[in-house]
Design a protein around this ligand. Sequence first.
Ligand SMILES: Cc1ncc(COP(=O)(O)O)c(C=O)c1O
Length: 363
Amino acid sequence: MHYMVGKPLSDIETPALVLDADLLEHNIEKMAAFARNQGVNLRPHAKTHKCAMLAHLQIKAGAIGITCAKLSEAEAMAHAGIRDILIANQVVAPEKIERLVGLSRYSDVKVAVDNPDNARTISEAAQRRGQVIKVLIERDIGMGRCGTRNLEETLRLADMIVKLPGLEMAGLMGYEGHTVFLTPFREKEEQCLKAIGVLVETKEALNSAGFKTEIVSSGGTGTYNITGLNKNITELQVGSYSTMDLKYREVGLDFHLALTVLGTVISRPDRQTVILDVGMKGITREFGLPVAKGLEGATVRALPEEHCILELSAGNTSPAVGDRVELYPTHGCTTFNLYDNIHVCRGGIVEAVWPVTARGAMH
Ligand SMILES: Cc1ncc(COP(=O)(O)O)c(C=O)c1O
């Protein structure tokens, strides 16, 4: 793959994942500047890109560390030299807890908990290995996924955590994922503030009861400029902003679309139809069909396994068989994981090839 460096986009073997370096850098700096100006820490969610090099760029721009969705993702990032990692998810199976404790020797890893049995199992494993694991209580703030469901349960869990040897209560996390795509902005703001209100209320109740919450983490790309304004929030765990996608563009987020999937035209069966060599195995259709970059009026009609069927607007005759076409994905997170490598381009020339370090790391 590295033999591609210095070559034009048109020489890349397709399907291929492509990142525009200028746009990526713009996005990274825009979020970093927001965090700096607001005095909130940035801990980007690396599940979006699963790429250690990109995580290093985010840290270079000021992020304090990264967030991961899975233990194996955290392991891959730690192996790539990233120290400060929050696993914003539950690690429950005994063998995984052993790995978590092992990882804590080599990195500053923190993990979310929402369950007393899980806290006890982590405590026992940590004690056996003479380690202390930092935990954040996850509070459900309206999404209905993981997280404690009420204050009483949260306080009980905190009381247990501070008493268990081998655990350190590092703080609190929530995720207002049910609000990130809401429109118009006023509706999103209202729902997001409601969700963050639950987190703040939980933090205050914990503090009043004598429990420390050094970290209070929340936030998605769709809500960074609402959640990030609340002075109780110490960290933002935003993910998609660095590379962006069509779904976030559709709801008005003004980061640049830095990520595309490059395909080649393999057939022009009639004047209006273009067939590309990239289907749903090469680009997500999670939030709908992709859009072709720079092809005015063209519409993706279907995305079977290995083909993209594009319909051109009347009068349009290009592209021809063999030409390259870039597609914008509707969701970056479920597209990155389809590739081993990212072709990083500047001005249409491949500048670097970065491995998708934690590709497939879902264990
Ligand atoms: C726990 C958690 N935190 C943060 C995010 C941030 O995501 P994004 O910025 O891509 O919306 C996600 C996305 O799913 C998530 O699950």
